[in-house]
Design a protein around this ligand. Structure first.
Ligand SMILES: [Zn+2]
Length: 133
């Protein structure tokens, strides 16, 4: 797979660098460094993907923190058995399911946009539309 690079776009006659996470504009041409101008003008150059503050913070989350976060969410939202052991198994099973779903689409280069659309369809469809394939 090709190495990920910064996203540069024309935005109302101004050159802009977009966040590689959420696609918001990070900076426009007036604030570009010479290196960034070089990259914008010639695709032969390489510039690391750039991220806005929000996405930078998200990227700082360690795998362990993410694991704890989805485990806690699963446990608190969906595990109401009396048996603690059963709740632990259920929470882990939910976490494993989430990870497997995300992993299964990684190779096809389907990240942020794909999952945003999946979420949108789930939230905006009724039971019949989702359950029947
Ligand atoms: Zn961002």
């Amino acid at each position: 797979m090709e190495k990920e690079r910064a996203i540069v776009k024309w935005n109302s006659s101004m050159m802009a660098i977009l966040c590689s996470g959420c696609r918001t504009i990070i900076k426009t041409g007036v604030d570009f460094t010479p290196e960034e101008w070089n990259y914008a003008k010639s695709k032969g150059c390489y510039l690391e993907p750039q991220y806005c503050e929000k996405c930078k913070n998200l990227k700082m989350i360690t795998p362990k923190q993410k694991a704890q976060s989805i485990y806690r969410d699963a446990y608190l939202r969906w595990c109401y058995e009396i048996s603690q052991d059963k709740n632990v198994l259920t929470a882990k099973s939910i976490c494993e399911y989430i990870c497997n779903q995300v992993l299964s689409d990684m190779g096809a280069d389907r990240g942020y946009e794909f999952w945003t659309e999946v979420r949108y369809i789930i939230l905006n469809s009724n039971h019949m539309e989702l359950y029947n394939s």
